[in-house]
Design a protein around this ligand. Sequence first.
Ligand code: ATP
Length: 856
Amino acid sequence: MSSSSSSSAGSRLARPVPSTPRRPLSVNASSDDLTNTIRATRSNAVPATPGILGSAKKYKAALTTESRVRTTSKLKPAGLSSVPPTPMRARSADGSRPKTPSTPRRGTDSPLLQPLMSEMDVSKIDPEEALVDFQTVEPGDISGDIDEATLETLNDYGREDKVLVSIRVKPSSAASAWELHNTIPKSIKLDATYTKNSTSPPQDFRFDEVLTGSDNKSIYNAVARSHVCAAMDGYNAVIFAYGQTASGKTFTLTGDEDQPGIIPRAMKDVFGYIRRMPTREYLLRCSYLEIYNETIHDLLAPPSSSVTQPVQIQGTGANIILTPLREEVVTSLKSVREVLQRGEGNRRTASTDWNERSSRSHSVFRVVIESRERGSGDDNGAPSGRTTPGFRPPTPGGPRLQAKGGRSVQTSVLSLIDLAGSEKATSDKERTREGKYINTSLLTLGTVIGTLAENSAKNKTDHVPFRNSKLTRMLQPSLSGNARISVICTINPDTSAIGESTSTLLFAQRIKKVQLNAQKKEVVDTEALLERYRQEIEDLKRRLAEREVEAPARSRRLSAREQLEESRAMHDLNSRIRQLTKLILTSQTVDESKGDQSRPASPSKIDFDMSPYQLQQELLAARRHIETQEQQILSLEAALSARPELPPDAPESEKDRLIAEQAKTIRELEIVVKGYEDNLGEPLRAVREDVENEWVGKVESEKRRREEKEAWADELVKQLERERKARLKLEDERQALASFVKRFDTLWLSTGVPLPSTMLNPPMPTPGGAASIFAQRQRTRLASGELSMPALTETDSPLRINGVVEPSLLEEEWDDVKDVSFENDGPILAPLAKNGDPTKPSGLRNVLGERGNFSD
Ligand SMILES: Nc1ncnc2c1ncn2[C@@H]1O[C@H](COP(=O)(O)OP(=O)(O)OP(=O)(O)O)[C@@H](O)[C@H]1O
């Protein structure tokens, strides 16, 4: 053990938890126990290891949750004996298969199982208190098989970018339809007797492993151990079993009393791995869910809430969140066993035509592994882990281990998936309905795998229908490449299952082609870094102040070269302070989600959702800030210059003190000025630039709108001018007409013809009527020589304006007027009839000639 690890171990042991003796080595929490518990739960019998479950052994629980679990576990022995009977038990009792209209979740019948683990719920636990490390792992919790040599020799398929695909052939007493390793190692082919096409030889299917027999240990070593270790090393890892119903998937993953499967062995290796890693500490969280009839149920939630509140898949692509999903912190194999027991109790299994205990759902057991380097045990003068305040995450998915002191936290997920088996139609209606869902999701899994394989092989980017089923949606991040995957395809070698086995082998071949590129995920805690920066700044400032105090006395002793070096050292200290100050500002304020390192956030971070007004306010606030700083600078400068000068006979020490103070003030000023420039000057310019950029577009569009309005206003003015002219013209015409009528009336009066009685109350004249009468009368009087009147010339035209005869609006009216006269003009025309021909057409045109004095 290295010295650092010993010291950390020492500090850990020194934690103030006196009543935490090591767990006795006699605790034999073997994977067999774990499997027994699972199997027992699945068969609804009292667990095969009641002694262990009900044991009153004193568990060490210094930094684990076991003490709390233990408190609640005290009820368990009583509860276990009263687990109510289930359909399976009923079946074994009366020998006939029970009718199960809906697949039962046995957890519903065993409420006593529920509260036991509630205190392990991760949302109620300070993760720092549940850390597991090499000291807290019990020897009984680990697999004795794992050691350095084993790890070295592990066939680490996880390092390849391909899925590890293995075939497991279930032992059968009947004749096998398949030949194994006949011509090629790790291959399987159909016995030629059963090939349909006898002319072509049967295809050799080659895989990473082709395994037989009932030994689960060799299976685990061959197909799972490397992936479990990869998960502990920081990679996401997925191990799943695929195959037709009753072919041995559950046997492979869970196993039985004699042959513990992958899950119990993996968990033993997890603790074994932790024990081998004295330099790291771990937080393990488990969740367990099932996809039943395309609904995701949390197997760790109370059954009632699981039914009413199914788990939803949120997010897109590789960032998928399952919510609400219970996660429980596990600190020992025992706590894993309890979690598995509860989950298994809630799983849906039923008797089918092929499998007495067929899984009717896909089940996913997930372990989230978070780890970080062990610190010195004291980041802030307190024991490691104890100082972190209770961490309650706002987001679904449970809490996260916090990085401390700049240490990074590595997170990975190990998913162990027992898929429901594909099957033909069964004799039971409900089973058939379930079978449809199962087959559909498996079919989608096949399509997804096929597309992924095709995309990888042909370098294509065809759409992958992940969303077509809950299973593929949930597996999307892993299948998209960010996980190391191991698939165990189980087949039944019987001749009756040749079709299903062939289809399983084809699926296995396709998934072999999927390309992977799993990466480790590490997160560094910026808060811890900031704290370190702050401490360093304080330290540097203190050193700087010390040097400054000593500087005057020392400078008298130092040579010129030494003085130069001294000033360089001071300068370096100052630069480092400035650099760290800037770093703090950047880390605190840069919005990591946007990845924009160039823009500080507060107070000058630009939010493009802000309104221009808000931006202006921001700008103003920043300006005010600058002004305050400028005032600070001024006042500091004033204070500096206002210092009383020392009298020449002042003691040397007094002079030294004053010089040191002044030097300090100057450096403070320098830092403030530099800080002003770095933190406000540049950001403020950026603000102005952003505001200006935003306004340029707006000003341009405003300008365009204004130009358009001006053009429109010009047009309006022009129209108004035209209208004004038209009005003037009309007014002139009106006046000309009025004077014309007036003249006409004068002429009438001069004829001496008495006004007819009707004229005393004349009807309203119309232009045509008056003109007609006037013309008639003129003709009569001219003809009789009674009147010598100068002929009307163009100059008399009422339409003449400014000496020019212009076409008039009135002209059109005249054209339209065919007969204009006074109403009841008979009496008026009577006297005219004496001198003229009243039968002739009347009208001004007749008086003034065919066109009169109207010109075109
Ligand atoms: N390799 C094996 N050695 C011994 N027994 C096996 C093996 N594989 C399967 N079995 C037995 O076969 C039966 C069916 O196996 P299992 O329940 O694991 O099938 P499954 O594929 O999970 O079925 P389903 O999809 O219906 O849940 C079990 O009784 C199991 O013990």
